[in-house]
Write a protein that binds this ligand. Structure first.
Ligand code: PLP
Length: 402
């Protein structure tokens, strides 16, 4: 039996396992010292009532003769695709049609699977630091060469750091695909329309594809920051956009998202919309009816008010972290259109050393930047997903240590 050795060759996904190990060891040795977790990337606020009502009603309907639903349409029920096209795009001036949207069980699934569209020897670029899924998925497909000293030999890294204000440089050499994620995980930073336009223009010139992960778009509060790559002219000819209800509406455990592939997106005369549709029809059997009804409820007036209230709660937390650090003279980035704050470690400390310092002296847990890629070394991620009380207390504790 010939195995896919590229999966076996992946470096161990040690980041959160190592964080958990160090935290558990600390708690076992210091049971009287409560630990505050600002490392979590999962939401903590419950689903809003508009969503749970729709979810429960649809689940009950499934138990009736009239309301039962078996297999749904491959790409999503029309009621939800239409709500997405209207509310997330057309009403905001972006002309995406229902037949350009593919519903899925989340952005991770699609960010990981879209590489099936690429040739085996397609070349890939990612921003660095990065959400690891884009790299792992391409590494498993055998595209990235060998992993040595924290780097893949065939992967192009676009470093994002304090020096370039977290605006990635364009690739020096042509690549087939660039993954961009804005608002960014882990740095919490955003790109302006002009900055994003440079990537779109580059992709058009170089006949390259952009996979644009907009999982955190709901956190954007400024019209100057693009909520979609399709606000940039020409992006419909070079970009795929992945979206998620996880952070928008607390769907991390409910599972629903969608991917936009415009009909205008073609390479070598082949339509990516058609190719993805063919692939989805073979490999995916849809998102459950109650979950799609729950997602539809996000777009009702009550749903909108309720999810905005949750987003506002996290935004306040992010601001408390960011402002607290900046006031204390720490370089802190992100946290404005994002639930993530990315800080420089004091005195260029290694990010794992800083992790240990905060855990031992402040009992605050964050995520070492090095775990997100080589350019994350010397940085540290704090998240806004804890309670307001815990966030305030954690920031006070961090500032005391600093
Ligand atoms: N994309 C980014 C950048 C993320 O940070 C996450 C989750 O943390 C996801 C996608 C996953 O989204 P989903 O829950 O829809 O799979």
């Amino acid at each position: 039996m010939k195995l896919n050795k590229s999966i076996a060759a992946l470096p161990a996904g040690y980041l959160f396992a190592e964080v958990a190990k160090r935290v558990n060891t600390f708690i076992a040795a210091n049971p009287d010292k409560p630990v505050l977790r600002l490392g979590i990337g999962d939401v903590t606020r419950p689903l809003v009532p508009a969503v749970t009502d729709a979810f429960a009603n649809a689940a009950r309907a499934m138990g009736t003769k009239e309301g039962f639903h078996g297999y749904g349409p491959d790409f999503g029920y029309q009621f939800l695709l239409s709500a997405i096209a209207k509310n997330d795009y057309q009403n905001k001036g972006v002309m995406i049609g229902e037949d350009e949207i593919f519903l899925s069980d989340g952005a991770k699934t699609d960010c990981g699977a879209l590489q099936e569209l690429f040739a085996a020897d397609a070349t890939i670029a990612v921003t660095d630091p990065v959400y690891p899924v884009y790299i792992d998925a391409n590494a498993m497909a055998g595209r990235l060469g060998v992993y040595e000293n924290g780097r893949w030999s065939k992967l192009t890294y676009l470093p994002c750091n304090k020096e370039n204000s977290f605006v990635p440089p364009l690739p020096e050499k042509r690549v087939d695909v660039i993954y961009l994620c804005y608002p960014n995980n882990p740095t919490g930073t955003v790109l302006t329309k002009e900055q994003l336009k440079k990537f779109v223009d580059w992709a058009l010139e170089n006949e390259a594809l952009i996979i644009y992960d907009a999982a955190y778009k709901a956190f954007i509060t400024d019209d100057e920051i693009p909520f979609s790559i399709y606000q940039i002219p020409g992006a419909d000819k070079c970009a795929i956009e992945c979206c998620s209800y996880s952070k928008t509406a607390g769907f991390t455990g409910t599972r629903c998202g969608y991917t936009v592939i415009p009909k205008a997106l073609c390479f070598d005369g082949l339509s990516l919309n058609k190719m993805w549709g063919r692939r989805m029809a073979s490999k995916f059997n849809g998102v459950s009816y109650p979950v799609q009804k729950a997602a539809e409820a996000i777009y009702t007036p009550e749903g909108q008010v309720q999810i905005e209230e949750c987003l506002a709660y996290y935004r306040v937390n992010a601001m408390i972290i960011r402002d607290g650090l900046i006031k204390a003279g720490i370089d802190a980035f992100g946290g404005v259109h994002s639930p993530y704050v990315w800080m420089k470690t004091p005195g260029d400390m290694k990010s794992w050393d800083f992790f240990d310092l905060l855990l031992n002296q402040a009992q605050v847990v964050g995520t070492p930047g090095e775990g997100f890629g080589p350019s994350g070394e010397g940085y540290f991620r704090l998240t806004a997903f804890n309670t307001l009380e815990n966030t305030k207390e954690a920031v006070e504790r961090v500032l005391k240590v600093l």
